[in-house]
Design a protein around this ligand. Structure first.
Ligand code: PMP
Length: 294
């Protein structure tokens, strides 16, 4: 499955009100979203047939659309039902769920005031990799910085914001790294290319304040899990010259879950007990063996 192109698979994608055979979910080349990045999306995971934090993802999609100046064509409740139905129809228990909305083809210029808004939900198989996580991934420094909130709508999960992520991730992979640490426009530590970042020192967790990047759903979960373990969590500005003072590091995201980091450029970290406890807590949570503490 991993090698199968995403436009050439069996099954159904929910698109604009109906289930469409996977290979037939086409958009025209003159689609505003493709030229002007007018698309918002979610990346979610289902565990044992249930999407983790589904409603929060649906609400974020609706909010991302609003930030981008359009409304989803369905309500959050309707989107919840569509995602559940698409997951059930896929027959998959452990899966990735991609819900996305975009501007269509009626106008083809910077202005797209009267373009129709389209919505689709696709679900594909995604295995469970909790077991291999503790080695820690190798990261390098990213070539691009997260933009100033006055430069881009940084709290929307919007396609356009991923241009600098793909470029930074490709550059990292070309040098043999798994991911890259992005600084923000002020030179502060921000996040990875598709995940938030945390550091540990002296029994406390430090993580950048999400004032110019996504306050990830997994990030918020990790903070609650840490606090439930009586671990102090400090959200603050972190400068890159502090990296050498931290012992452990991990990234968080719906796809990445909680993934320890072994290296960021010249800095090394040793995934330890605290990271391992949170990796396991997250697995227990998404498989509903524990509940998220308030
Ligand atoms: N930052 C970026 C740039 C991301 O793409 C993601 C993944 N959506 C995250 C952070 C983490 O967000 P979440 O935990 O909600 O998946």
């Amino acid at each position: 499955m991993a090698d199968q192109a995403y436009d050439d698979r069996d099954g159904y994608i929910w698109m604009d009100g109906q289930f469409v055979p996977w290979r037939d979910t086409k958009v025209h080349v003159l689609t505003h979203a493709m030229h002007y990045a007018s698309c918002v999306f979610e990346g979610e995971r289902a565990y044992g047939g249930v999407i983790y934090a589904s409603r929060r993802h649906s609400e974020r999609l609706a909010n991302s659309a609003k930030i981008m100046g359009f409304e989803l064509p369905v309500s959050v409740d309707e989107l919840e039902a569509i995602k559940a139905e698409t997951l059930a129809k896929s027959g998959l228990e452990n899966a990735y769920v991609r819900a996305f909305a975009w501007r269509g083809s009626e106008m083809m210029g910077v202005s797209a005031q009267s373009n129709s808004i389209h919505l689709a939900v696709a679900v594909w198989a995604w295995g469970d990799y909790f077991a291999d996580k503790m080695k820690g991934i190798r990261m390098t420094h990213a070539m691009y910085r997260r933009p100033d909130p006055l430069t881009a709508p940084c709290h929307a999960k919007a396609a356009g914001l991923y241009m600098i992520c793909t470029l930074s991730k490709h550059a990292a992979e070309n040098e043999g790294y798994a991911d890259a640490l992005m600084l923000d426009y002020r030179g502060q530590v921000a996040e990875a290319t598709g995940a938030n970042i945390f550091f540990m020192r002296d029994g406390a967790i430090h993580t950048p304040t999400p004032d110019c990047f996504l306050n990830g759903i997994t990030r918020q979960t990790a903070i609650k899990l840490a606090k439930a373990r009586q671990i102090e969590v400090v959200e603050r500005a972190i400068m890159p010259d502090e990296l050498s003072t931290f012992d452990e590091c991990f990234i968080t995201g719906s796809a990445a879950e909680i993934t320890p980091v072994a290296e960021i450029g010249e800095h090394t970290f040793k995934p330890g007990n605290m990271s391992e406890a949170l990796v396991n807590d997250y697995a227990d949570l998404v498989y509903r063996r524990i509940e998220l503490p308030e």
